[in-house]
Design a protein around this ligand. Structure first.
Ligand code: ATP
Ligand code: MG
Length: 316
C-alpha cells in the first residue's frame, strides 16, 4: 500500500514531500554517529572484572595442566553474559603458540541441540571449509574439530545460550551419554584441552541435574545480576558522564539516577537502550548536554504508546 501523505504546511514538490514526511520520524546521521559512540562503550564494573579474572585463569590453565577447567556464568537477559565473552575475546593479547584470533572461540547453542550441531558450530568457529555434519560422518568430523582446536592453540570455548543443554530433544533421555551435546562438550574438554565457559540463564543453575559429568568439570560458578539501586548503580551511570562525545552529567543527579532505575530495573540492556535514545533526542534537539526532558522523551519512544507505566522522568 502506498500512502499519499498530505501536510498542508509545506509546498514541496510531490516526491520531495513524500520523502520528507517519511523522514520526520528519523534521526539525523549526526545524531546516529554520536549515539553509536555511546552504544559501543563498555563499562567494566566489579562483577565483570571477577568474571574476566575467572576466564583468564581457565584460559591460562586449560592447556598446561591437563585438568579440565570450566566456568558457568549465569544471569538473566541483559546482564552482560554475551558481551563480557565478546570483550574477553577482543581484548586477548597475541600469544606465541596460538593462531591469532583462535585462542578463544564462541558458539551459540539452540534448544535440543545434538552433538552434531555443536561439532558443526565449532568447525565454523575454526573456519573449517566444511561444516555440515552428517550422522555417518559424525566421528570423523568430531576428530577434525578436536584437531583444529589443538592445532590453532584454542584454549577456551564460550558456549552461549547454554541453558539449551537443559532442553532435550524428544528422542533423547537424560542418560543418553553418547549423542548429547553435553557429552560432546566434555569430549572437547578432555581431548582438545579446551576450557569451557557456559553462558546461561537460571535454567542451567543446577547443571549437575542436567549433566553430572559436565558439572564435575565446570567447577567455577558465577552469577551476574541486574543492578540494585545502590552505589554500584551510581558508579555505572557515573561512567557515562565521563564520555567526551556528549555531556551526560545529568546522570549524576540523584533524581535522574532514581528515575533511570525505575525505567530500567537495573537491566544493562535497557539502560544502554534508554541512554542511547536520549542521546539521539538531545543531538537532534541541537543540544550538547542530555537533560531530564530528553530522557523523558527517550523513555516514551523506547517503551511505546502501549506502555501503561507512568513515565519515571515526569509528564511533559
Ligand atoms: N558493562 C556494560 N557496559 C555497557 N553496556 C553494557 C554492559 N553490559 C551490557 N551492556 C549492554 O547490554 C546489552 C546486553 O548485554 P548482553 O548481550 O551481554 O546480555 P546477555 O546477558 O547476554 O543477555 P541475553 O541473555 O538476553 O542474551 C549489550 O549489547 C550492551 O549494549
Ligand atoms: Mg546473550
Amino acid at each position: 500500500m502506498s500512502f499519499d501523505v498530505i501536510d498542508p504546511s509545506d509546498d514541496w514538490p510531490e516526491e520531495e514531500r513524500k520523502v520528507r514526511a517519511r523522514r520526520m520520524a528519523m534521526y539525523s546521521p549526526g545524531a546516529i554517529a554520536i549515539a553509536r559512540d555511546v552504544a559501543y562503550k563498555y563499562i567494566l564494573f566489579p562483577e565483570l572484572k571477577t568474571a574476566l579474572a575467572s576466564f583468564d585463569r581457565v584460559y591460562q590453565l586449560s592447556r598446561e595442566l591437563g585438568i579440565p577447567q570450566g566456568v558457568l556464568l549465569s544471569g538473566p537477559p541483559g546482564s552482560s553474559k554475551t558481551s563480557i565473552a565478546d570483550y574477553f575475546m577482543r581484548s586477548l593479547p597475541p600469544t606465541a603458540d596460538i593462531v591469532d584470533g583462535f585462542g578463544a572461540l564462541y558458539v551459540r547453542m539452540r534448544p535440543a541441540a545434538s552433538a552434531g550441531f555443536v561439532v558443526s558450530q565449532v568447525l565454523s568457529a575454526v573456519r573449517h571449509p566444511f561444516t555440515i555434519v552428517r550422522p555417518e560422518r559424525m566421528a570423523s568430523m568430531r576428530d577434525i574439530a578436536c584437531e583444529a582446536m589443538l592445532h590453532k592453540g584454542t584454549r577456551i570455548l564460550f558456549v552461549d545460550e547454554a541453558q539449551c543443554l537443559a532442553v532435550r530433544g524428544k528422542e533423547r533421555s537424560l542418560d543418553d551419554r553418547d549423542t548429547s551435546a553435553g557429552n560432546l562438550l566434555r569430549e572437547l574438554m578432555d581431548r582438545a584441552n579446551v576450557a569451557l565457559v557456559l553462558l546461561a540463564d537460571h535454567r542451567l543453575q543446577h547443571l549437575e541435574r542436567v549433566d553430572r559429568a559436565l558439572a564435575d568439570r565446570v567447577s567455577v560458578r558465577l552469577t551476574l545480576a541486574p543492578f540494585q539501586n545502590d552505589g554500584n548503580w551510581g558508579a555505572f551511570l557515573g561512567e557515562f558522564s565521563r564520555f567526551k562525545v556528549i555531556d551526560l552529567s545529568s546522570l549524576n543527579e540523584t533524581s535522574v539516577r532514581a528515575a533511570t532505575f525505575v525505567a530500567t530495573a537495573g537491566c544493562r540492556r535497557s539502560v544502554k537502550r534508554l541512554i542511547t535514545e536520549a542521546v539521539l533526542v538531545a543531538v537532534d534537539d541541537s543540544k550538547t548536554a542530555v537533560t531530564r526532558a530528553h530522557f523523558r522523551l527517550a523513555f516514551e519512544r523506547t517503551s511505546g504508546p502501549g506502555n501503561v507505566t507512568p513515565n519515571p522522568y515526569g509528564e511533559s
